[in-house]
Design a protein around this ligand. Structure first.
Ligand code: ADP
Ligand code: ZN
Length: 563
């Protein structure tokens, strides 16, 4: 796909320079453009800041017809349109909170034979709930004017992901109605199972996948124990490393945001808070102050972030546990877009895990309030979804409790990426520590876990398997009578985190696979299955599994329940 011999190559070169002011293409941009312009369905995984917009804006400019772009956030859309209009590319958008007459005018323009727009942006609920829009798209399609359909932030389609939005699930209708129109799905975050989910839900055909490394070499990662003095620690960290520089502190609750911001102000930092209970004008005001460097620290819930394009964010601090590794990776990704060294520090305590878990079960997590069509009750009603969320959270816990492996490796493995941790160059706390390790043969534990997966019929998630292994007598365990199973509590004596590390290792190394399963109600969860050919080596081929543990410290002491 990197060929320079496509009929449109010259046109791309010229317009990339002249209209977009770029001297060259970034990795995968040319490839994606060639594939989508050839009429293929394309799925693109590109890290934040990688340049996804160009991969559809440039084709939109050089192809006849209109490109439909589905994007979750009105503020993001407005920002894009402003840039397009500045470059003299006619573009518009439709959203539910627009004046009726204004919407009518745009729809009328779509109907005209000389429709001036090259791009039309819409929010997903417009597609899911507006017949008028679909009718107009049909009319464009009939007149051969619907050039391409772009799904931005495509991971939102998947319940399996960290950022599910119900209205995205309705987007499958587009491929049904316009099977011949190429679809381009874009995301900065997706595991293999999320990708499968998205491809299926959107009905993409023979889709071509482009992905590039999610490693961000200029970000320095560390996890720090969270103590009562956490706020003093944060103040000290900023003062010593990033004084007067720009950063984001992610907090769990609205109250935390306000508390942390107040404390930092007392310490002499220019900070403000940002969360979903503020009215839109207040939020916009804070965001503007921050963009203009009038304040330099923003204490925010996850409501803050999508569509933030500030290049010089020097640190992202997590005041409490993120909900998932995907979410964490994306939140950290807001630091250092200019490529300069930036810090990502996570303050971890086990009690935060309990707190987040509780909030998840109450359906009380703050989602992005600006997203239209977000359906809270839908989220909290689904037990399956809760299980998925809990699973994502547990992985985050095991990331935090791992004080041996390279942080980059741990994150990238989650995205199905192989990573040689020697290339980390001591830019994460675990690589930097370089303490002595003991290598431990965990083959027996591994075998027991595999057996347990079989004994329970290959029907359960990793968190359930771990519960049974540790000897839990939870409702779920009892419901399936798993307290009576042979290996129930076989891992009781193990140190904190050990069993989960072994189990996750088995998944990462493909001894066990996680299968995304759809329930009758349409929700998804992950089920552990045994990969027989690989496992045979473990049981009969004499294969050993060796993991590294720190020679002193946490992992060797018995602790709280193994998360
Ligand atoms: P993403 O959507 O992947 O996060 P954007 O499309 O917003 O990334 O692009 C990030 C930044 O990179 C923008 O400022 C954009 O102008 C710039 N950019 C994109 N492609 C190129 C390129 N080929 N050369 C130089 N700058 C580029
Ligand atoms: Zn490392």
């Amino acid at each position: 796909w990197s060929s320079l011999d496509f009929p449109w190559t010259k046109k791309l070169e010229v317009n990339n320079k002249k209209v977009f002011g770029n001297h060259s293409f970034r990795p995968n941009q040319r490839e994606v453009i060639n594939a989508t312009m050839s009429g293929c369905d394309v799925f693109v995984l590109m890290p934040t800041g990688g340049g996804k917009s160009l991969t559809y804006q440039l084709p939109a400019l050089v192809c006849p017809g209109i490109t439909l772009v589905i994007s979750p956030l009105v503020s993001l859309i407005q920002d894009q349109i402003m840039h397009l209009l500045q470059a003299n590319i006619p573009a518009s958008y439709l959203s539910a909170n627009m004046e009726w007459t204004e919407q009518q005018e745009i729809l009328r323009e779509l109907n005209s034979d000389y429709c001036k727009y090259k791009l039309l942006y819409v929010t997903p609920e417009k597609v899911a709930r507006s017949d008028a829009l679909l009718r107009h798209l049909e009319s464009l399609h009939v007149r051969d004017l619907l050039a391409r359909i772009v799904i931005d932030e495509a991971h939102c389609v998947s319940q399996w992901g960290h950022d599910f939005r119900p209205d995205y699930q309705g987007l499958g209708v587009l491929k049904q109605k316009f099977p011949t129109t190429p679809v381009l799905a874009l995301t900065a975050t997706a595991t293999a199972s999320v990708k499968e989910d998205v491809v299926q839900a959107l009905g993409l055909v023979n889709c071509i996948v482009f992905r590039q490394s999610f490693n961000r070499p200029n970000l320095w990662y560390s996890v720090v124990p969270k103590t009562k003095k956490c706020l003093e620690d944060i103040d000290k960290f900023i003062r010593e490393n990033h004084f007067d520089e720009c950063g984001i502190i992610y907090c769990l609750s609205r109250m935390d945001c306000e508390k942390v911001s107040e404390k930092l102000q007392e310490c002499g930092h220019k900070s403000a808070f940002y969360h979903g209970s503020m009215d839109p004008a207040q939020r916009a005001f804070v965001q503007k102050q921050w963009s203009k460097d009038e304040i330099n620290i923003i204490c925010a819930t996850v409501a803050f972030g999508m569509g933030i394009n500030k290049p010089d964010v020097r640190f992202v601090i997590h005041h409490s546990l993120p909900k998932s590794i995907e979410g964490y990776h994306q939140e950290c990704g807001r630091a250092g877009r200019d490529g300069l060294r930036s810090s990502c520090v996570l303050y971890y305590s086990y009690s935060d895990y309990i707190r987040v878990k509780h909030m998840l079960s109450q359906g009380a997590m703050e989602q992005n309030p600006m997203i239209s069509g977000y359906n809270r009750s839908n989220m909290s009603n689904s037990g399956r979804l809760l299980e998925t969320n809990t699973e994502n959270l547990l992985r985050m816990v095991s990331y935090c409790e791992n004080d041996v492996d390279c942080r980059r490796l741990l994150q990238l493995v989650h995205f199905g990426e192989k990573f040689d941790s020697s290339t980390c160059q001591k830019t994460c706390d675990n690589c930097l520590k370089n303490t002595s390790f003991i290598e431990k043969d965990v083959t027996e534990i591994a075998k027991q876990l595999v057996e347990l997966v079989k004994l329970t019929g290959q029907k359960f998630s990793s968190s359930h398997i771990l519960e049974v292994f540790r000897g839990s007598l939870s409702q779920m365990v009892k419901k399936h009578r798993h307290e009576t199973i042979r290996l129930h509590s076989a891992g009781k004596h193990l140190a904190k985190g050990e069993a989960s590390r072994v189990l996750h290792h088995l998944v990462f190394e493909d001894f066990l696979t996680e299968e995304v399963k759809k329930s009758d109600y349409g929700s998804t969860s992950s089920i552990l299955k045994v990969n027989e050919p690989k496992v045979r080596n473990l049981f009969f081929g004499g294969q050993k599994i060796i993991l590294r543990f720190p020679s002193s410290g946490k992992a060797s002491k018995p602790g709280k329940s193994d998360a």
